[in-house]
Design a protein around this ligand. Structure first.
Ligand SMILES: Nc1ncnc2c1ncn2[C@@H]1O[C@H](COP(=O)(O)OP(=O)(O)OP(=O)(O)O)[C@@H](O)[C@H]1O
Length: 505
């Protein structure tokens, strides 16, 4: 079976010259590209209209921007946001996705690091930017300009500079080449059971500034000719989500983990979808079971990181989900657990991706030492710990998150998964708290379901009865909410900081 991105032999099918914008826009002008739900009335945008928007922006940019220059994109989901990236790639410049949720300091550090002089945005974004960069209003550029040629870029030329989520440390800019989109196509296609069935229509509530939004949904949708819905929810809500699915005729959704947790906490079920995917954090058995009830589907789990995304997956008949596992390597990518010497091992080790993966970054921006440290021989080291389980990969945890307690190495994901099976737990984050006797003790920060008064001891007994006795949380603290990144991931370093502070006071 032919998988997009790969040739008949299962090897990457990437021409030497490649421009990602051309890859996305190579469709008949009348074909539906985007469904715009950002205004009161639905608006369907064809590839012809999208190309006109791209050309108008590209022509305006050409006057000021040279190949290789970085241009920020500070726009929420909208046809303009898609057109902005495509226009920047079309002229051979580098787009820098920026979240509308960023506050001044977050924007300043990324714009400063990337060296963006111009940011494509809207009036709201211009307000956020202040004098950090020159704000260009995309909607003022208008359409109707003469076509602009695609820059003759190599597949290896840089196209997008995208920052990591900052779950563990300062966000780093991962510089990706024009081949990055091709690198996502095998995973995205198999995860939607060969995306592109008649009637398919993609949507994600995640921001398109996140690698998961931009390259797991928007750009693959365009490249494969599957319509993508652009919608805006000031705040994610189960009702808003149901409305978008109905108004946009959405059939395939990529939910960030927080959105799934919120749907689960609200007991919402959304029947009628053809495929549901998630990624970015471990899903675990409880979320998979809930997904079967809520969607009547197996949730597809993607695994990857900003530096090298969509490299492993569990989905569909060939890749059935195995709780605790991040799935199998996606065709085209080689993923293994390696030891200190960079040799694949059967023991616990570092999850790594072999060089040659089309979705692998070129390098970190402005960080040569960190780039060098990211590679071990022929492998990109993800920073996650894992164990091979046949051709599946068992996820132990991020290197910094693995808890060492009384000589045991404990992955927080399993404990979080177990606590989530308790009916009173809405969401949970587990970290190691420094402890003189045990090195670290397992500490769980729990958000209870609304109205619940469940006691810590009941939750501790729940885990004790289900997991190894050494891994139950010796301490449980109840919080109103967990700290989250704008990509909807629990900021463990903040929980960890809190636990370390408690441990030393
Ligand atoms: N399916 C998954 N299961 C478990 N963990 C996952 C999964 N998908 C992604 N992850 C986690 O997310 C990480 C990648 O996240 P991302 O690139 O968004 O930035 P980050 O690593 O969170 O940020 P930073 O590097 O700035 O701390 C992976 O290395 C892994 O730890």
């Amino acid at each position: 079976m032919k998988i997009p991105g790969l040739n008949a032999q299962g090897c990457w099918d990437i021409p030497e010259r490649l421009n990602m914008a051309a890859q996305c826009l190579a469709h008949p002008p009348g074909q539906l590209a985007l469904i715009d739900l950002t205004h009161a009335a639905r608006r369907d945008v064809s590839f012809g209209e999208l190309t006109e928007m791209v050309d108008a922006l590209a022509r305006a940019l050409q006057a000021r921007v040279a190949r290789g220059d970085r241009v920020g994109v500070l726009l929420s989901q909208s046809p303009s946001c898609a057109a902005a990236h495509l226009a920047i790639w079309k002229i051979g410049a580098i787009s820098v996705p920026l979240f509308k949720l960023f506050k001044h300091d977050a924007l300043k550090s990324r714009i400063g690091d990337a060296g963006c002089e111009i940011v494509l945005t809207d009036p709201e974004g211009a307000g956020l930017l202040g004098d950090l960069a020159e704000a260009w209003m995309v909607d003022e550029v208008g359409i109707g300009s003469a076509p602009v040629d695609f820059a003759d870029t190599a597949a290896e030329d840089p196209a997008v500079l995208i920052y990591t989520s900052g779950t563990t440390g300062t966000p780093k800019g991962a510089l990706h080449a024009h081949r990055v989109l091709t690198g996502h196509l095998p995973g995205v296609s198999i995860s939607h059971d060969h995306l592109g069935q008649a009637g398919d229509c993609l949507w994600t509530p995640a921001d398109w500034a996140w690698i998961g939004g931009l390259f797991d949904v928007l750009m693959p949708g365009l490249a494969l000719g599957v319509p993508v819905v652009a919608a805006r929810m000031a705040k994610f809500s189960p009702e808003g989500c149901a409305r978008v699915i109905s108004e946009g005729d959405v059939r395939n959704v990529f939910f960030p983990p927080t959105a799934l947790r919120m749907l689960r906490a609200a007991d919402v079920s959304l029947p009628g979808l053809r495929s549901v995917a998630s990624g970015g954090e471990p899903l675990g058995a409880e979320m998979l079971n809930w997904g079967r009830r809520a969607f009547g589907l197996e949730i597809n789990e993607f695994y990857g990181q900003t530096e090298c995304n969509m490299v492993a997956s569990s989905c569909g008949a060939d890749y059935p989900a195995r709780p605790g596992c991040i799935g199998k390597a996606v065709p085209g990518h080689e993923v293994a657990v390696i030891d200190e010497e960079g040799v694949p091992t059967d023991a616990e080790g570092d999850v790594a991706v072999r060089r040659g993966s089309a979705s692998m970054m070129l390098r970190y921006w402005n960080r040569p030492e960190e780039t060098a440290a990211k590679f071990r021989g022929d492998w990109l080291v993800t920073g996650d710990r894992g164990v091979s389980d046949g051709d599946y990969l068992r996820f132990v945890g991020r290197e910094d998150d693995v808890i060492t307690s009384a000589g045991y190495r404990i992955g927080p994901a399993e404990i979080e998964d177990c606590l989530l099976t308790h009916p009173d737990v809405a969401t949970v984050g587990v970290v190691g708290k420094p402890d003189a006797l045990r090195t670290e003790l397992v500490k769980a920060y729990v958000v209870r379901r609304e109205g619940s008064q469940v006691a810590a001891s009941e939750l501790q007994d729940w885990v004790k009865a289900r997991l190894a006795s050494y891994s139950y949380p010796r301490e449980i603290e109840f919080l109103e909410a967990l700290p989250m990144t704008v990509t909807g991931k629990v900021i463990r370093k903040e929980l960890k900081r809190r636990a370390v502070q408690e441990g030393t006071t």
